[in-house]
Design a protein around this ligand. Sequence first.
Ligand code: 1PR
Length: 523
Amino acid sequence: MITLLDYGAGNVRSVVNAIESLGEQVRTVTDGEDILSADKLVFPGVGAFGNMMKILNEKNYAEPLRAYLNADRPFLGICLGLQALFEESEEAPGVRGLGFIPGSVRRFDIDLSVPHIGWNGLSVRQPSRIFNGLRGDEKFYFVHSYYVAPADDSAVLTTTDYGCTFASSIQKGNVIATQFHPEKSGRAGLQVLKNFLESGGDAVRPPHSPEKTVLAKRIIACLDVRSDDRGDLVVTKGDQYDVRESGDVRNLGKPVDLARRYYEEGADEVTFLNITGFRDFPLEDMPMISVLRQTSRNVFVPLTIGGGIRDYTDKDGRKYSALDVAAEYFRSGADKVSIGSDAVLIVEEYLKTGQMTGRSAIEEIARVYGNQAVVISVDPRRVYVSTPEDVKHNVIETATPGPGGEKYCWYQCTIRGGREGRDLDAVTLARVCEKLGAGEILLNCIDKDGTNSGFDLELINAVRGAVTIPVIASSGAGCAEHFHEVFSRTDAESALAAGIFHRQEVPIRDVKNYLKDRVEIRV
Ligand code: 1PR
């Protein structure tokens, strides 16, 4: 029996799923006694350092935890569960951590995108039983803006490079903690968890551990989901957002089956977009939640879900906040939520008033679940103009002139699945969303969607240049070369595709095989 320390601030579903997939049972801590009586304690920290310590203190968990750690009992901390072991964090000055390891937690101060999101490697510094069965060159999933800086190296198991070299896992006796998420790191991550759960085993040094590590570019499979005319939930795919063919909604498969297939084929992440979420209320549309629950049981890479994340009043007058909707998605196994239409309305309001209210969906979800959990899905469309002075928007000079020979264009944000254009450009949207606390931009392009003609590099460069958070390039992938093009000609951190994967024209494996000698990826 594995004891899980869940202090109620986020998604522990995936950790439970991963442990259960290894044949173990999980019980959740309900009081300090449960901590002291645990055989093996897993602490998947989520959210922010200050809030975490506040809850641990309020629930009287902090002292039993210190006692458990000091007694050298089996412990696995994950992400914030690693940071909790230190004395203090720049994320919450003045708040005392558990202080089990001397040192502090620092914010990345680097030229690269923060948070550090994605698959990066481990440089092994000391042998450990946690490495049993690993080659050493596997990549693991990270998502964090802060890293631990131990006072000395004695407990450092691995380091990872991202603008600086930081401790990515530590071990002191039976206490092990990782900055990366084993439960989201595919087969390699499950092996690390298994090594922890199985007591014993010799300390080993994996044979192929790199001296320096590199963050991989991510390949994301996207499933646009909606009910067809018979009411069945299907994966569909549009041409420039039109998902109907001869009047019917295109049906390209079942969401849970396809997500599983993409996981097995090597997708680094899976994204579900409930494309009619703008008109349906997701908490009534329970099939989506059930898709997420079933998927997270056997897909061990990050899952993002979008569609319908906004405030809502149901027919009985009951009010739900966007945070309520997001919370249900996180409980059901999502790691990130993506906000589309509502983000546009939030930014318009911000531009009108110049005020950050702290109450928008972006700010509220970021505050509770962390910036990295909030993705903004942008649905822009090109609008051509003859000169940059024609509009007040961010205009670019384009190599693909418009129908009247126009040499300039701007990217108009849309809402309601592209149905309604707004007086806002994608560059401004991305910039304001970052300011409000979004952690990542999912950059679609209506003109390119479903065309197989390649990504809109001009759009991606314009948005990527305007923000410091990671950008996911989306729409238009037609062959493996297009992924190479987007990674070599833009600074996008990841690339997403739908149609070519669903129709099995270019499987994810072929994309990765093509990229592997050209771009750093997770093989
Ligand atoms: O507005 O917060 O309710 O969210 C709705 C979400 O649904 C948004 O993220 C929006 O992008 C998405 N969406 C709405 N309508 C459509 C549609 O297609 N009719 N799909 C839609 C967006 C774009 C991508 C697609 C890529 C790659 N689809 O998801 O997967 O373009 O496609 P490709 O590789 O085949 O070219 P809200």
